[in-house]
Design a protein around this ligand. Structure first.
Ligand code: KG4
Ligand code: ZN
Length: 347
């Protein structure tokens, strides 16, 4: 089964073709991506209007390139999948419309994919893991623990009550004068800093439930930065290292809590999976690897290029849905907000 996937919900324009073997294994035949980071960098964050225009400009070429590299034509595909949200609505409309148009012209099944579901299912593409598993999805816009029980069966166990983890990295970077996107830059600075120089809070540690709260940590970084200003390169590195160490402690504590919740409600998960841009962070990966070892679980951390936004994850989610007959109507409307679990909120 070969599915084309289109991703345009944020600042990455992406198209990919993924093959799903009869035994359920996945293979990426092509995975084209164009990052708009340079377009947004002068503004210190993603500008929705610039993103939408950039998607319009780049998408056709990326789709053509994805098909060419996968050595297939429209007629060879078994389905077309496009991210239909949640995300910046202008961009979502661009990718969704392109996907619908191709499905209409090629008379192919169409799958409108929830971007979060695509992140959630990526570990099955990369590692062929079984349900159920505990997912920590941590990106610039989302922070959630999800019990992934089956395709389309997700239970949210925790989320953030204020900032997303990636957002905390991005805002910390901005405060310290580091370029956008903040995550990789904070991580790089942290690698040469002293994580113990600044005593930063660890919000929510030991609290019931598995929710995060990160705005207090961000404020604490700002206050420390103001206290020692003007900042030297060493100050910046030490602040980044102290911030990252606090985030790691919080992530570990909250993951232990989510794991307990998973065990109580659904039994032991088959694996602990991390996804979203923050999963690219090596310190967080290392800490979760230790936690998984202690808990006797497999940690599944897809390669960084598949943790951040990409087309292959949309194509794969499309293939998983297509196999189950979960096909959508071409009238499917784009959604700026779209919770993974119907009963959950929208964070
Ligand atoms: O999943 P993603 O590409 O896009 C969405 O937000 O959906 O995630 C991007 C986020 C940004 O906030 C970025 O700063 C963060 O992931 N990020 C990182 C790292 N790489 C990306 N955060 C911490 N450490 C990293 N190495
Ligand atoms: Zn994402």
């Amino acid at each position: 089964m070969r599915v084309l996937g289109i991703e345009t919900t944020c600042d990455e324009t992406a198209a990919a073709v993924v093959l799903r073997e009869p035994d359920g294994r996945g293979r990426i035949l092509s995975n084209e991506i164009l990052s708009q980071i340079a377009d947004h960098a002068p503004y210190g964050g993603v500008v929705p209007e610039i993103a939408a225009r950039a998607h319009v400009t780049a998408l056709d070429r990326l789709i053509a390139e994805a098909l060419r590299k996968a050595d297939c034509r429209l007629k060879d595909l078994d389905g077309i999948a496009a991210a239909a949200g949640p995300g910046l609505i202008g961009g979502v409309i661009v990718g969704l419309t392109a996907g619908k148009a191709l499905a209409l012209v090629g008379k192919k099944p169409f799958m409108a994919i929830n971007h979060l579901e695509a992140h959630a299912l990526t570990a099955r593409l990369t590692d062929a893991i079984d349900f159920p598993y505990l997912l920590l999805l941590a990106s610039g816009g989302h922070t959630q623990f999800v019990a992934v029980r089956d395709v389309g069966d997700y239970v949210r166990l925790g989320t953030t009550i204020d900032d997303a983890i990636g957002e905390a990295f991005d805002k910390t970077a901005k405060m310290l004068g580091l370029p956008y996107p903040g995550g990789p830059n904070v991580e790089r600075e942290a690698s040469r800093g002293d994580p113990e120089r600044f005593a930063l809070p660890r919000p929510m540690l030991g609290r019931p439930g598995a929710d995060f709260s990160l705005s207090g940590l961000k404020t604490a970084v700002r206050l420390e930065a103001e206290r020692v200003a003007p900042l030297t390169l060493t100050d910046v590195a030490d602040l980044c290292a102290s911030f990252q160490a606090a985030v790691v402690d919080v992530v570990v504590d909250r993951t232990q809590a989510a794991l307990r919740m998973h065990r109580e409600s659904f039994g032991s998960p088959a694996a602990l999976v991390i996804a979203g841009g923050v999963a690219a962070n090596a310190s967080i990966r290392r800490a979760l690897q230790r936690l998984a070892n202690q808990a006797g679980l497999t940690l599944c951390a897809p390669p960084p290029a598949l943790c951040t936004d990409n087309g292959a994850m949309i194509a794969w989610a499309g293939a998983e849905r297509l196999r189950r007959g979960l096909v959508d109507d071409l009238a499917f409307a784009p959604k700026a907000r779209w919770a993974l679990e119907p009963r959950a909120g929208t964070t």
